[in-house]
Design a protein around this ligand. Structure first.
Ligand code: ADP
Ligand code: MG
Length: 685
């Protein structure tokens, strides 16, 4: 059945539906209301305005006043119910209220209520003229995402009129009956009905939860399945005898590995020893020594005559990686070859030649590594720094260059333990949860705006006395970027400090709307010490390493998640000198208690966990999305308790019936087969 075969939907309306991405009856069925207007109960005149929000009232018209001022019509109607009198007000263009109301009529009205001296006044958003003896019977009215051509009301009517037909097109329920019964969710047909026409908000909430649960179940099962499929995969280079390489590495290092580094390198070595391609995420705070871990993996690869490639999100980061890896790997006779967009043609040709011949065992670059012209002699290990900055597709392309390489993802965004097991079930996870010894902790302060001048003085002192450098991070590019937020923009801030508190110092500006080469140039200047104070947006967040920068000042710090602030803080404290992180928030904000958690903790995992409690994930979204195609009904972070429950159910099903042959699991099976990006699960259809 097509959408146009439904009652009340002709070609024109079908187009209007298409604009909302509703192209089939099933799309329409699954176009869920995003909220409901509660028109169930009328409030009595005496109680109006005591609740806040929109309220409903029903009364008989006592008087009508109408006038027009230019194109604006103003209609005021006095009404009475059994408890007292109130007023309803229509103001605006095209409200067509003039001439509608007569004394003695009965009206239902809804809107925001203000209490005036003359009694409660409703600014009407919705109304209905009632028949003389009609009893008011209200309902929860579903409100749908709509367009100018297609109102929520029209959508509601189309759904209500065609509901039995729509139900026929419903997909099978992915939740197996046994689980459904155990949890006590409604059968799926009823759940659809409730969502589109609930009797109480609680019923709608519960119905929505069951759709989210179903979706989570599908994704969690897919993850388990993907992992199982991967463990059957073969064809990666087996690299035995890693033990000797690790000893070799340790002998040469000027410091011992931390316990966490050793553990993680062992985990990687075990993966590399087999033909099953590794797919491992290494998460560790800034400075925890991930580069060294990557170097160890590359050493193992090189000793097995296999090449490695490391990809970073920006040119500058790639360059820094190459500069760090070079000296680490040189003592072992391993050549590190940068491949950068900024290279001259001859340099580039030489780089490609060295990779193609196998002369260079390690390539480091950005997306440039993905271009067709990069040929490897024998690529067997791919390391990806800050994986969430890369799309799934880019990863696939790089992997395609090396048949089935082992893959190592490195990230400084720790994922809370409570989530990682379930959300990233397709990846194995290693955590470097220990910093190398001897770090001077970064002194962190939470300040009100009114102390900002003192913070500037402090920065100026650091620059003038020891030629140290500082970052100032802003939450917006321009101050009036999005109206009314009152955020300080980087552009204005840079101008202001250059003219005022930092007059005579070299102030730089860096933000995401600058062209890439300008960004790179500024960052290079800062790294070379040619800029004293860098005013930036969060583009400085990831990875850049300038050890002479000792102050990180974050403006509007209340706007960030704790994990993100922790990452920003990690930009300083990279050298031997004492470092400072100053978190500035507006005087009137109530957020200082939240920010103060950062004074207590410098453990990225604890901070991520706390962030999750307080804000439901915040910027975790990015990293998780990269592995999980968009969910429609639920958000695994906001609804994480539900997600974890669904993941438990998925495991239970997987253990008993991994191929989903049981008729009870047919719905789940159908859902998996219907999902285009789950095709790699190799369920036989
Ligand atoms: P990350 O990439 O995790 O931010 P890096 O690998 O850049 O961290 O390491 C940060 C610094 O710590 C580097 O200067 C590195 O040489 C040093 N380092 C790494 N491991 C150790 C260790 N086990 N002991 C002492 N210093 C270490
Ligand atoms: Mg690093």
């Amino acid at each position: 059945m097509t959408l146009r075969e439904l009652a009340g939907i002709g070609p024109k309306r079908a187009l209007a539906f298409a604009a909302l991405e509703i192209e089939t009856p099933r799309d329409l069925l699954e176009h869920f209301p995003f909220r409901y207007d509660d028109l169930r109960e009328a409030t009595t005149a005496t109680a109006l305005g005591t609740r806040g929000g929109e309220e409903n009232a029903v009364g008989t018209v006592l008087a009508v006043r109408e006038r027009r001022a230019r194109a604006i019509e103003i209609v005021e109607v006095d009404l009475r119910d059994e408890s007292g009198v109130f007023r309803a007000k229509w103001i605006g263009r095209n409200r067509y209220a003039i001439g509608r109301f007569k004394v003695g009529m009965r009206l239902f009205v809804r809107g925001r209520v203000e209490r005036s001296l003359a009694g409660p006044v409703i600014s009407v958003s919705t109304y209905r003229i009632l028949e003389r003896d009609e009893r008011y019977r209200g309902a929860l009215v579903p409100i749908y995402h709509a367009t100018r051509e297609l109102t929520s009301k029209t959508i509601a009517a189309a759904i209500a009129r065609n509901f039995p037909h729509l139900l026929e097109e419903a997909p099978p329920d992915p939740i197996p009956p046994a689980i459904l019964q155990r949890i006590g969710y409604e059968p799926i047909e009823r759940a659809y009905r409730i969502l589109h026409a609930p009797e109480a908000p609680e019923d709608a909430r519960r119905a929505r939860e069951r759709f989210a649960f179903g979706e989570f179940l599908v994704h969690a099962f897919a993850s388990l399945r993907r992992r199982a499929v991967r463990s059957l995969e073969r064809g990666a280079e087996a690299m035995p005898d890693a033990r000797r390489c690790i000893e070799e590495l340790e002998c040469d290092l000027p410091f011992p590995l931390t316990g966490a580094q050793r553990r993680v390198i062992d985990e990687i070595a075990r993966d590399l020893a087999g033909e099953v391609p590794m797919n491992r995420l290494v998460q560790g705070d800034v400075g925890s020594g991930k580069t060294l871990v990557a170097a160890a993996a590359m050493l193992i690869a090189a000793r097995n005559n296999v090449q490695s490639a490391l990809m970073a999100p920006t040119e500058l980061l790639a360059l820094q990686h190459a500069q760090k890896l070079g000296p680490l790997l040189m003592p072992f006779g391993i050549a590190v070859q940068p491949v950068l967009g900024s290279q001259r043609a001859s340099e580039r040709r030489e780089a490609l030649r060295r990779l193609g011949s196998g002369e260079a065992a390690v390539a480091v670059g950005t997306h440039a590594l993905l271009t067709e012209s990069t040929e490897f002699f024998r690529l067997g290990l791919v390391a990806i720094d800050e994986q969430h900055r890369f799309g799934v597709e880019q990863r696939a392309r790089l992997r395609a260059k090396g048949g089935t390489p082992h893959t190592l993802h490195l990230t400084a965004t720790p994922i809370p333990r409570t989530l990682s097991q379930t959300l990233l079930a397709g990846l194995d996870i290693s955590s470097i949860d220990e910093l190398p010894p001897g770090r001077t902790p970064i002194e962190t302060y939470v300040l009100r705006m009114s102390r900002l001048e003192r913070a500037y003085r402090f920065i100026r002192e650091r620059v003038e006395k020891d030629r140290q450098q500082a970052y100032i991070v802003c939450a917006a590019i321009e101050s009036d970027d999005d109206e009314g937020t009152g955020l300080i923009g980087a552009v204005e801030e840079a101008e202001r400090v250059a003219a005022g508190p930092f007059a005579g110092l070299r102030v730089g500006l860096l933000h995401g709307r600058m062209p890439g080469d300008a960004k790179d140039r500024t960052m290079r200047q800062f790294a070379a010490g040619e800029i004293d104070v860098l005013v930036a947006t969060t583009v400085v967040e990831v990875g850049v390493d300038v050890s002479n920068a000792v102050v990180m000042l974050v403006l509007d710090a209340h706007r960030y998640g704790l994990a993100q602030l922790h990452q920003l803080r990690g930009r300083v404290g990279r050298g031997a000198a004492s470092s400072y992180c100053l978190l500035v928030h507006p005087d009137e904000t109530s957020q200082s208690a939240r920010l103060e958690f950062l004074l207590e903790s410098s453990d990225g995992f604890a901070i991520a966990e706390r962030d999750l409690e307080l804000r439901g994930g915040g910027q975790l979204g990015g990293i998780l999305q990269s592995g999980h195609s968009g969910m429609r009904f639920g958000d695994p972070i906001a609804d994480r308790a539900l997600f974890i429950a669904a993941a438990g159910a998925a495991r239970e099903i997987f253990e008993r019936d991994p191929e989903l042959r049981d008729p009870g699991n047919a719905g789940l099976r159908a859902a998996l087969l219907a999902e285009p990006n789950l095709r790699d699960l190799q369920l036989s259809s």
